[in-house]
Design a protein around this ligand. Structure first.
Ligand SMILES: [Zn+2]
Length: 262
């Protein structure tokens, strides 16, 4: 076997191993974060503990809510309530939840709830926000997840939001000649360094949220129109215990982390 081949293998394999090891470690709080979700309350159910932790460490965070959740749910939404009115209520609840978490910015994109598609239009609109806010880390869902356990079919809006978010991160946000109309708006390319994907079957990074779990619960409780009398505390504690103990933690949120740029 020629030497060059051996060298190539020796160089490439450890390099990948380094990436993998780093992906498993909880990173230091990033300077700027964008948290992208389909509906008001998605963020609070899934990643609120991590965002509260980073906000308290000084990260600047923007929450992007693609729809305003105006389709609500049959159980919790009075049938006579106009969609427009519910949208305003849910936007206010999302703002209140962000205040609890310590998040400074909230962007509502006003796409229709319940029929979201990962269109080029949505990808471009997310690219615009990424270029404007320049996050180091983007937090989003996993577009490949159709099933959770045997009783929850992932909402198609969640898959669409996650797909569009990932496609906006790469290649759209960092590539000058994709969406040239954004250059006309003065928005230069921006390269996101890492993507934190929640709800993935391949989670390997556990963020310790022991100090912020109660804040996560308090933030979720701001979504009063969706919770009614239900107290989500015990369910969130149970979720946060899943997988945490084997990583030496009491409460955690789990992510698949993609490192795009060192
Ligand atoms: Zn949702």
């Amino acid at each position: 076997m020629p030497d060059t081949h051996t060298q190539l293998s020796d160089q490439s394999i450890p390099e990948r191993a380094v990436h993998k090891a780093e992906a498993c470690q909880e990173p230091p709080p990033p300077a700027r974060v964008m948290s992208i979700h389909a509906h008001p309350d998605d963020q609070e159910f899934t990643v609120g503990g991590t965002l509260a932790k980073w906000a308290r460490a000084g990260s600047e965070i923007v929450t992007v809510c693609i729809t305003s959740g105006e389709s609500g749910s049959n159980e919790r939404t009075a049938p006579h309530l106009a969609k427009e009115k519910l949208a305003r209520i849910r936007e206010e609840e999302q703002r209140a939840a962000c205040r609890v978490l310590g998040i400074q910015h909230v962007e509502f994109m006003h796409y229709p709830d319940g029929v979201l598609q990962p269109t080029l239009e949505l990808r471009r609109d997310l690219t615009r926000l990424i270029r404007r806010y320049k996050p180091e880390i983007v937090v989003c869902g996993d577009p490949t997840m159709w099933f959770y356990g045997n009783s929850y079919l992932n909402h198609p809006d969640h898959r669409a939001a996650a797909q569009a978010a990932l496609e906006a991160v790469f290649p759209s946000a960092g590539t000058r000649f994709i969406f040239p109309e954004l250059l006309d708006e003065g928005l230069e390319p921006h390269e996101v360094k890492k993507v934190f994907i929640h709800g993935s079957e391949k989670s390997e990074t556990y963020v310790d949220i022991s100090a912020t779990l109660e804040i996560k619960i308090a933030a979720l409780k701001e979504h009063k129109s969706q919770l009614g009398d239900w107290d989500p505390s015990e369910m969130l504690r149970e979720w946060a215990r899943e997988g945490a103990v084997e990583h030496g933690l009491e409460y955690a949120e789990a992510f698949r982390v993609m490192i795009l740029k060192e």
